[in-house]
Design a protein around this ligand. Structure first.
Ligand code: ADP
Ligand code: MG
Length: 703
């Protein structure tokens, strides 16, 4: 197999791999030598020296060697085979629950035995449970001790550590005889001082006893960094390529500021500096003949809607249509109202498309979109149904993009696709998100998107005051709501949210919990008008109830997490969240953002149930200590890892095999530089790198 590339050599070429073994290895994702070599140990055992039994400490992996003193089957609560081993410094017990008579017979008194494992305290003092062991043979004795540390690999049923070690050993021999092609040229790695790929792999699979194992396991060793760097470079390349593909499309040039200036004149406030800057960035993009692909991040309440309106008006002024899509009907409804409020005075009708819309109204909207008389439509998923056709769709705006799948975003874009003589034309795309994306993640997941950040709040907002309280304080919390929200002649009353959370995904259970709280609080707060919204209600009913709360006709709104995004009632200044310990930071932050939208001081009361887990405690402390969405997002990333942070759907998008975005943040920038240089000077290595790390897959959020 001389000279072949590692990935072209199937594992069946190794000694001891027949069809059955190959199938089991495939289950671990191991198909060829390259896969095997990149399947790294998750810990190491030191089998290079023997520890005296007298000095054993619990839960530390060791090798001991001694004489079998006895081997007896004990009929206790569970039948077990106990074998006593002594070496002159002490005695220790091996315990087996699964054993055969033949096995017992080999454990003859006086025979020398070598045992590998981690002793734990048991009923007979320190015990090894089901340890690996070797017995001596009269002719050969015990084999020599290992010279390198012994790797322990992630594995599944049917593939033993011994098999993996043996196969990896063969692959490493091949590697040494045929050093692989370096896909990152040495010149580019020189500055980083990282080892070659072959050296890095050998070190990781077979470190010497004096190597700093902790550094290897913590990812701080140059051998790990070498692989991380290459993986990050591959991800960057994937994104650069994708971006180049996007830019190959055409888009209509959109511009014109007159309408937006008129809107600005009618507003009771001035734009913040950040809003102005971001609008400038959007205008710059939309003027181009290539599609804009821009993500606008702005904390809850930073005023993203107005920024979206600026882009929409520029498109409309250029004679193109705009579609604004939101993930829930509640949120879409709020956008419709905002846009209607702003655009009606300019003579622009805001059209509406959502699941709850009647057949007749839907047909009218569809007709207006198709003949071009409708300039802007706001709606939900209903927007990309087949019946919906646009006359000249020039801009799509998607709010809260985390909740949409890739396919849905693309489906909306396709509505504006036109194949003409010049090539393919698609609309500009604007994506809004209130979930701040930590810098590390933004670079790796959304590297193919331009991003703008609205990093300034409208003036006069007071930071929300957050209190963390045990469930036992519920009566006082209810009393506080009563004081603040009771309509009285003496002072203006405020409004409050009471959010019922449940960890269960089931909307049914959430709804039940909210119904129960609704019943309870109506009785406890007879002077207040209480409303209830939850996911099991019809959209229309939800909207009506929300509207009543919004108009101040109710003082307390009991809700499930359906109110998480978009709801805007500036007079509401008090929020209570039950079982706050069950929610993730991103969600807590989103929910809390429903208050603090007016000039009054707002409060958020987080009620928790004991016992509180360590992370639960940390999360609540973060919420109490900061209202800065970016700080919260960074903390969340540390606590949960990137996959969970983006929600399970996108976990796959971040399928790094070795890199860890939090741990390896510092390598991101250099990886980006190397990727750019590769694009320029070494294009021949791009495809092999993508194949090695991304398996040719599309691993990115696709916008
Ligand atoms: P989000 O970024 O969470 O979507 P919104 O666009 O809903 O925020 O804006 C929140 C509130 O702030 C709205 O009532 C909006 O009218 C108001 N607002 C937006 N921009 C400004 C500004 N520059 N000054 C004052 N209030 C503003
Ligand atoms: Mg919003």
């Amino acid at each position: 197999m001389a000279g072949d590339s590692l990935s072209s050599l199937p594992l069946s070429r190794l000694k001891g791999v027949g069809p059955a073994a190959a199938e089991k290895l495939a289950k671990l994702g191991l198909h060829n030598l390259e896969d095997l070599l990149f399947h790294l140990p998750f810990r190491y055992e030191d089998r290079t020296r023997i520890s005296p039994i007298g000095s054993l400490r619990p839960e530390t992996g060791v090798v001991i060697e001694g004489q079998v003193m006895a081997a007896d089957v004990i009929f206790g609560r569970r039948r077990s085979l106990l074998c006593k081993v002594a070496d002159g410094t002490g005695m220790v017990t091996l315990r087996f629950y699964h054993f055969s008579a033949a096995q017992k017979n080999t454990l003859e008194r006086g025979r020398t035995i070598r045992v590998y494992g981690e002793p734990r305290p048991g009923s007979a003092g320190l015990e090894f449970y089901h340890p690996e062991y070797q017995l001596d043979y009269a002719d050969s004795g015990l084999p020599p001790l290992e010279k390198a540390l012994t790797p322990v690999y992630p594995t599944t049923d049917g593939v033993s550590q011994k098999t993996l070690r043996n196969l990896t050993g063969q692959a490493l021999k091949y590697l040494q005889a045929h050093p692989p092609q370096e896909l990152i040229p040495a010149q580019l790695l020189d500055q980083s001082g990282l080892p070659s790929l072959a050296d890095a792999l050998s070190k990781l699979h077979n470190p010497r006893p004096d190597d700093p194992v902790n550094l290897l396991l913590e990812g701080k060793h140059p051998a790990v960094k070498r692989l991380v760097m290459e993986e990050m470079v591959a991800h960057q390349l994937g994104m650069l390529q994708k971006r180049a593909g996007q830019k190959a499309f055409h888009a209509p040039r959109l511009g014109g500021q007159t309408l937006f200036e008129k809107l600005q004149d009618s507003l009771p406030f001035n734009l913040t500096g950040a809003q102005k800057r971001v609008i400038g960035e959007l205008m710059g993009d939309m003027k181009q003949a290539h599609p804009m692909l821009r993500l606008v991040q702005g904390d809850v309440g930073s005023g993203k809607t107005l920024v979206a309106a600026a882009a929409a008006l520029a498109a409309i002024e250029s004679g193109y249509q705009v579609a604004l899509m939101a993930p829930t009907e509640l949120l879409a409804e709020q956008h419709r109202e905002n846009f209607h409020h702003w655009l009606a005075p300019l003579g622009i009708k805001v059209h509406w498309l959502a699941g709850s819309l009647g057949v007749k109204a839907r047909r009218e909207t569809n007709a207006a979109l198709a003949d071009g008389s409708a300039h802007i439509v706001v709606g939900t998923h209903a927007l990309f149904q087949e019946a919906v056709q646009f006359h000249r769709l020039g801009l799509t705006i998607i709010d809260e993009q985390h909740r949409f799948g890739v396919q849905q975003r693309l489906a909306l874009r396709e509505k504006g696709r036109e194949d003409n003589a010049h090539g393919i034309q698609v609309p500009h795309q604007l994506v809004l998100t209130a979930t701040p994306i930590p810098r590390t993640l933004a670079m790796s997941v959304y590297g193919d998107l331009d991003t703008s950040v609205i990093d300034e709040m409208p003036p006069g907002r007071k930071p929300i005051d957050t209190l963390v309280l045990p469930e036992s304080r519920r009566p006082q919390v209810i009393e506080r709501i009563n004081d603040a929200c009771r309509p009285s002649a003496k002072k203006k009353n405020t409004q409050a949210y009471w959010v019922c959370t449940l960890i269960e995904e089931s909307e049914e259970l959430q709804a039940q919990a909210a119904e129960a709280t609704f019943a309870e609080l109506q009785i406890a707060l007879p002077e207040l008008k209480v409303e209830l919204v939850h996911g099991r209600m019809k959209a229309k009913e939800k909207a009506e109830r929300m509207a009543r709360f919004s108009r101040g006709e109710a003082q307390l709104l009991i809700a499930t997490t359906v109110i998480e995004v978009g709801v805007d009632v500036p007079n509401a200044t008090l929020m209570v969240m039950e079982n706050a310990e069950r929610l993730g930071l991103a969600q807590l932050h989103q929910l809390r953002g429903r208050v603090g939208r007016g000039a009054e001081q707002s409060y958020c009361l987080l009620l928790y149930k004991n016992p509180l887990s360590h992370t639960g405690k940390r999360r609540l402390a973060v919420m109490r200590d900061t209202t800065d969405g970016f700080v919260i997002a960074e903390e969340d990333l540390k606590l949960r890892g990137p996959g969970e942070w983006l929600g399970t759907r996108q976990t796959g998008d971040l399928a790094f095999r070795i890199a860890d975005l939090v741990r390896d943040e510092a390598l991101m920038e250099p990886a980006k530089e190397i990727a750019n240089k590769l694009m320029q000077d070494y294009p021949q290595w791009i495809d092999p790198l993508l194949r090695r790390w991304l398996k040719g897959g599309q691993n990115f959020a696709d916008i």
